[in-house]
Write a protein that binds this ligand. Structure first.
Ligand code: C2E
Ligand code: CA
Ligand code: CA
Length: 778
């Protein structure tokens, strides 16, 4: 049976198999029984038949013998034989034969030659019988008579020979019954068997045969002598099957009588039973098939239904009601297991889909999901806004307060966006997307950003974060989800750069953004390679009163092989935002220390610009001290400038870091002073010794009376706090004169010198001093 055969075909096969097995067992048992019975019955019939035959044959022999004895003791006959009175002999023979209806009566001489013969009461022509009778004369005289079957003229005779003695033998009498068709038929009706008389090999025809059976059956009957009936191949359907016994007649062994019992009739009963059994089996097979099909529908059909249900579950259809048509407990259990499985799969899939589409922390949509939502919205082909909110200091919040607080901030923003009308998503650490259902104005967005910022403000920690907002419009700015998200991102990036709360995308931003990306990538590559594209330039600061030049500001230069000259005003803020400023600062410090060491000038002091991010590093101060030590230089050769806006933004930690630098012996300046709107009272608390008036107040000092007022005011207040003042951006003699008149201590600007490469510094100093002696300034 095929392993993959369906359950229903197996059912049917098993049922049909059982039926066929039962039927054939019945048939075999029946067959064996029938054969056995038939054999016993037939052999019994045969035995009886043989007895009957032998009795009747013996009786005939006895009759012949009696007649022969009477004849041989008939005195008249003996005398006639002795005298050769042939007439008397003939009449005596005729008389005696008539009495018993013998067919043959004859007289033979002592050598066995027939002398007189009467056949059926008629005188036979003895001259034709030239051959000697095949008679054993010795046996005849010894026994007194001989009984045998004798063939004469193509006929068989049951014969008796008896000697005629007077008192010595003088002749032999022969008397016989013809063994003919009548004999055979009589015997057949007497025994109820088929009777065949046959002699083989003695006549010219080579065969003598008489039978009560029709010529068709005779061969079967004769052939079945000694055969095993049960093995007969065509027993079942053939006709005229016999069991036969052969009895030898006469002395020569070639004459036999075959008695045959026909078993076909006995078998016919079995044949009927077989046909009936087969018919019943056939019916049962049909019944089994019907039953099989019914069982299939009862048992297998519900399984098929469950299978179909499982298939539809596999195809993602979880709505199918699983109720198989069967009502057995097993099926009901199975169905409920299926339903449970279906439910569980559905739940799990829901869960997986939820996870695939949502941000694990906030439960808002994730980037993939919001992308899909935008794509769907694009199909409506109507205006909508993609808005990005960016928690600007997310990285610092995580670094400073730990991830738990960072997560709290994110969740706070998410909670508000979730209940705002539209779709919201969190796409990265501190970046959120909102697709409002209603168009939002800049004012609306500023108000919302304020709400978000307030939500972030942790009660205990007072986190002052600010949130920038970027807006992209469909279809004006892009017509794919990916581009809309990217451009809203560029817009928020620009808002951050420009330090405005909201920015709507503009193509120009993209150029700036791309340029910034290029710069950042190039810078990162530069820092991780040995390439020598960075250099330090030094701009002198002149002491106003003495005209001495012993202080410089170190300014970084980047001549990029691929981007050309990149201004520090461009790449420093990028490096700060990308968190790689520290690496640059460390490089600057080492380079400056090396240059100072090379110049070997007395009294020199070089100011290095520190980014406010540098002040968050606890190791930079140590690094600086260690580098100075390497070159055996005192702390007095370096000073540091930190922008006012940087300090204003900073937390207490940065200010306490400044204290450490001051305590280490470094001079500190507040750079770009006047742009950060810090109160002088606050500046007083900082550990600095110098203010650098921003160049925006100095460049047009001559033209702008307000600038002059501001510069004077700064100088007056600085003097009160004991701080020195540096004016940068001095481009002309007039400005210089004004600043000198305000007693500003230090002057820095193109009027004195542009920033110089390190190799030019010594030469420049020498030539500057030479010019001083000529007095340049009057
Ligand atoms: P800053 O600290 O205010 O530096 C002074 C800037 O003014 C320099 O620009 C200098 O070249 C320029 N300057 C000097 N005199 C004049 C003048 O008479 N007229 C005009 N118009 N400009 C003058 P630079 O070198 O392009 O640097 C720009 C800014 O980049 C610096 O402003 C500073 O904030 C930053 N920076 C430069 N080098 C470094 C550095 O090594 N580290 C850090 N953190 N920042 C640096
Ligand atoms: Ca500076
Ligand atoms: Ca400055």
């Amino acid at each position: 049976m095929n392993r993959k055969a369906s359950l229903s075909s197996r059912f049917i096969l098993v049922l049909v198999g059982i039926v066929l097995f039962t039927a054939s067992s019945i048939l075999v048992v029946n067959w064996l029984g029938t054969i056995d019975h038939a054999k016993r019955q037939v052999s019994n019939e045969l035995k009886v038949g043989i007895d009957v035959f032998q009795q009747s044959y013996k009786q005939r022999e006895q009759t012949l013998l009696t007649t022969a004895k009477v004849l041989s003791s008939d005195f008249g006959f003996k005398r006639a034989v002795a005298t050769g009175d042939s007439l008397t002999i003939a009449s005596a023979l005729a008389n005696h034969s008539q009495r018993i209806n013998a067919n043959l009566m004859g007289l033979l001489d002592l050598s066995g030659n027939v002398e007189v013969m009467s056949l059926n009461g008629e005188q036979a022509d003895v001259s034709k019988m030239k051959d000697k009778a095949p008679l054993n004369l010795e046996l005849l005289f010894q026994q007194g008579y001989i009984a045998d079957v004798i063939e004469r003229d193509g006929k068989l005779y049951q014969s008796i020979y008896i000697p005629i003695e007077a008192p010595n033998p003088i002749a032999i009498a022969w008397i016989g019954f013809l063994l003919d068709q009548t004999f055979v038929n009589q015997l057949a009706s007497l025994t109820g068997l088929g009777v065949t008389l046959m002699q083989v090999g003695l006549t010219q025809n080579n065969e003598f045969l008489l039978s009560s059976l029709t010529s068709k059956l005779v061969a079967n009957a004769v052939a079945s002598v000694g055969a095993d009936v049960s093995m007969a191949r065509n027993l079942m359907f053939g006709h005229g099957q016999f069991m036969s016994e052969s009895i030898q007649l006469g002395s020569n062994g070639s004459t036999n009588i075959v008695l045959s019992a026909n078993i076909s009739e006995l078998i016919a009963g079995f044949r009927l039973t077989t046909l009936q059994t087969l018919a019943i089996a056939g019916l049962e097979v049909i019944l089994a098939m019907i039953l099989g099909i019914r069982l299939t529908t009862r048992t297998v059909q519900p399984l098929i239904e469950l299978r179909d249900a499982a298939t539809s579950v596999a195809d993602g259809d979880y709505q199918t009601d699983i109720k198989p048509s069967g009502n057995t407990t097993e099926l009901i259990d199975l169905a409920s297991s299926f339903s449970r499985m279906q439910y569980n799969i559905q739940q799990r899939e829901k869960h997986i889909r939820y996870q695939a589409e949502h941000d694990a922390l906030t439960g808002l949509n994730n980037r993939a999901r919001i992308t899909t939502i935008i794509e769907e919205q694009i199909k409506n082909d109507e205006f909508f806004q993609v808005i990005t909110f960016c928690l600007n200091d997310f990285r610092e919040i995580n670094e400073t307060f730990g991830f738990a607080i960072g997560d709290k901030c994110t969740t706070a923003v998410a909670d508000i966006l979730r209940i705002s009308a539209g779709s919201a998503a969190r796409i990265s650490g501190g970046e959120f997307i909102w697709l409002p259902t209603q168009k939002q104005s800049d004012d609306d967005l500023i108000a919302l950003a304020k709400r978000l910022e307030n939500a972030v403000r942790e009660d205990d920690l007072e986190i002052n974060t600010d949130i920038s907002v970027g807006v992209a419009h469909y279809p004006t700015h892009a017509n794919s989800a990916e581009e809309l998200l990217r451009r809203a991102g560029i817009a928020v990036h620009t808002a951050k750069l420009l330090e405005v709360p909201v920015k709507t995308f503009h193509p120009k931003q993209e150029q700036t953004y791309i340029r910034r990306l290029e710069i950042l990538n190039e810078l990162k590559r530069l820092l991780s390679s040995e390439r020598n594209e960075l250099a330090m330039y030094y701009q002198p600061k002149m002491h106003t009163a003495s005209g001495e030049v012993s202080r410089f500001e170190a300014l970084i230069r980047w001549n990029s092989a691929s981007l050309g000259f990149v201004s520090p005003e461009l790449f420093i803020p990028i490096a700060e935002k990308a968190g790689i400023i520290m690496q640059i600062t460390e490089w600057v410090i080492r380079r400056v220390v090396m240059d100072i060491s090379a110049w070997n000038m007395s009294n020199i002091k070089v100011a290095i610009n520190l980014s406010v991010y540098d002040l968050t590093s606890p190791t930079l101060l140590d690094y600086t001290l260690q580098t100075l030590e390497e070159y055996s230089l005192p702390t007095s050769v370096l000073s540091f400038e930190v922008t006012e806006s940087g300090i204003m933004e900073e937390t207490e930690r940065a200010v306490s870091e400044l204290h450490r630098w001051r305590q280490a012996g470094f001079n500190l300046s507040i750079d770009d002073f006047g742009t950060g709107h810090s109160s002088l009272a606050y500046v007083k608390t900082l550990p600095v010794n110098e203010l650098k008036i921003d160049k925006s107040f100095v460049l047009q000092l001559v033209e702008q009376p307000e600038d002059r007022v501001i510069v004077q005011a700064i100088k007056d207040l600085a003097a009160k706090f004991g701080l020195e003042v540096v004016a940068e951006g001095v481009e002309n003699e007039e400005s210089l004169a004004l600043l000198r008149s305000y007693d500003v201590e230090w002057i820095q600007g193109y009027h004195i010198s542009r920033p110089l490469p390190p190799d030019d510094v010594i030469a420049w100093c020498d030539s500057f001093k030479a010019k001083q002696r000529k007095p340049l300034l009057t």
